[in-house]
Ligand binder design. Structure first.
Ligand code: ZN
Length: 201
């Protein structure tokens, strides 16, 4: 081994991050080596506290600070509880919030159906969504899973589950790049997809 073990261990850990290849991992590791002690300490403590300080909202399963039962969106009296936007993950909530054009609430599935990865309906927050709709306040569910094969299949599955209720089930308009992620869409594209949403049939 050419590198001291503690640097190699850090490089190995960094390489497991999304979008980080061996070169970037080495560059980052050497950056920490050169940087002042507090740079590494801040990152280490933020990482160590992350899991302990974040919980899922009991209503919509968005992430929120530990100790809270419901997230800010669910707590807010300004939000329209008759409208629920179903997304794959908390990052999608962030993307939609950034547009400033959505006043409803959310439901975060915590993933998508993926037979290949062995993710079925019971692994997602689908039962919880059906229960929310059954409670009666919701008039429209917007299915905003990503425009990918898994996202579309998940939307179809959800539509089947929600058919039994007298509500509108809509899907974000086309225009989002196929295979793309909601979180990477620019705000205008996302707003257009939202306002052009169509009833699923
Ligand atoms: Zn919530």
């Amino acid at each position: 081994m050419l590198l001291p073990e503690s640097i190699q261990t850090l490089i190995n850990a960094l390489e497991r991050l999304p979008g980080i290849g061996p070169k970037s991992a080495s560059r980052l590791a050497f950056f920490f080596l050169r940087a002042t002690e507090d740079v590494a300490q801040d990152l280490a403590s933020a990482l160590a506290n992350l899991k302990a300080n974040i919980v899922l909202c009991q209503e919509c399963f968005n992430i929120t600070e530990a100790g809270r039962e419901r997230c800010e969106v669910c707590e807010s009296s300004q939000r329209d509880g008759s409208l629920v936007c179903v997304v794959e993950e908390a990052l999608d909530v962030l993307a939609l919030e950034r547009t400033g054009g959505y006043q409803g609430k959310y439901h975060v599935l915590q993933g998508v159906l993926s037979p290949i990865e062995g993710i079925g309906p019971d692994d997602l927050k689908i039962k919880q969504l059906v229960a929310r709709v059954a409670a009666g306040e919701i008039k429209e569910v917007i299915l905003a899973t990503n425009p990918s094969m898994e996202g579309d299949a998940t939307a179809q599955y959800l539509q089947g589950k929600l058919k039994q209720f007298d509500i509108h089930v809509t899907r974000l308009a086309r225009g989002l790049p196929m295979g793309g992620d909601l979180e990477y869409a620019d705000q205008n594209t996302l707003l257009r997809a939202l306002s052009g949403r169509q009833e699923m049939s």
